[in-house]
Design a protein around this ligand. Sequence first.
Ligand SMILES: C[S@@+](CC[C@H](N)C(=O)[O-])C[C@H]1O[C@@H](n2cnc3c(N)ncnc32)[C@H](O)[C@@H]1O
Length: 192
Amino acid sequence: MPGTYDYGDAEYWDARYLEEAGASFDWYQRYSALRPILRKFISSYSRILMVGCGNAHMHMDVRDMSFFKDDMFDSVVDKGTLDSLMCGTNAPLSASQMIKEVHRVLKPGGVYMLITYGDPSVRIPHLNQLGCCWKITLYILPRPGFEGASCSSSPRSVLESIILTKNGLLPSDYVLEDPESHYVYVCKKMEA
Ligand SMILES: C[S@@+](CC[C@H](N)C(=O)[O-])C[C@H]1O[C@@H](n2cnc3c(N)ncnc32)[C@H](O)[C@@H]1O
């Protein structure tokens, strides 16, 4: 979310949601683009926690979700919330606190779906912090409406996951169709 707005400031968001009440706007990807990944990993009959939703009924700081017990949710969906924290002050600390909390409230085997503009070099180190144990599968989606020079013989499928290197990076020969792609990290909580 590069730009001059104060994305890391909760008051910025409160003011914005008041101003844009009723407006319909999707950050990053539309539901239709995310649907195959959501359906693959998240059952609509399970307990899902959506964090950082502007129209939420419950106001909560994701860095302290002590309201929720351990191992309570089957999945946590985050579209742009970690990114928002990454724009604020004390970003590394905030990211660490949020990810620990997400890990805590998820059941073993539960899924944290992180939708972000951050590539693995800037997100994997936060995800793989001490005390968090994930099996991570990565998907990359071009921006909605992106019309690249996709003259490749086989356009990538949304459900084609990317195998990261041992160091948690994109393979060196991986070519991003869209340089401003969005990344979907499906992080399965493993037993420690
Ligand atoms: C980029 S917006 C994304 C909104 C929504 N998830 C979506 O996809 O349309 C970032 C969201 O993160 C929320 N947020 C920022 N810091 C937060 C915090 N510490 N705790 C909870 N939510 C936070 C903001 O209120 C805002 O709703």
